[in-house]
Design a protein around this ligand. Structure first.
Ligand code: ZN
Length: 115
């Protein structure tokens, strides 16, 4: 198999995976983090020594028009939507990988004097 065939085969695999993820329609931007909080109320367990913070809480964080937006999600929501967020990450990875292949293709053609 030539290098070019190998690249085409790789691009085909990436495209198949990307298509499958896009068809699912399940994609959420952002990331999930776990947070503990300290309410500051005197006498609360979170103010004790040692402190016992509230939580853990699940947070979904994403950028909207350049601003970070955070929303608290329940355990059930996290279980439901975590794969959607993983899909979204993977879609972005796949697009970046396919773009890299296309860039390499263009550059190789230019070096061969094509165009
Ligand atoms: Zn507290």
């Amino acid at each position: 198999m030539s290098a070019d065939q190998g690249t085409r085969e790789q691009a085909r695999k990436l495209t198949n995976e990307l298509t499958r993820l896009l068809r699912s329609g399940k994609m959420l931007p952002g990331s999930i983090t776990q947070r503990h909080t300290f309410c500051g109320r005197a006498g609360c367990a979170c103010q004790a020594d040692p402190p016992r913070p509230h939580g853990p809480y699940w947070q979904w964080t994403r950028k909207v028009a350049g601003k970070t937006v955070t929303r608290r999600l329940s355990q059930e929501q996290i279980e439901h939507y975590r794969p959607w967020i993983e899909n979204d990450h993977r879609i972005r990875e796949l697009i970046t990988a396919l773009e890299a292949i296309s860039i390499a293709h263009l550059e190789a053609e230019q070096h061969h004097g094509g165009g």
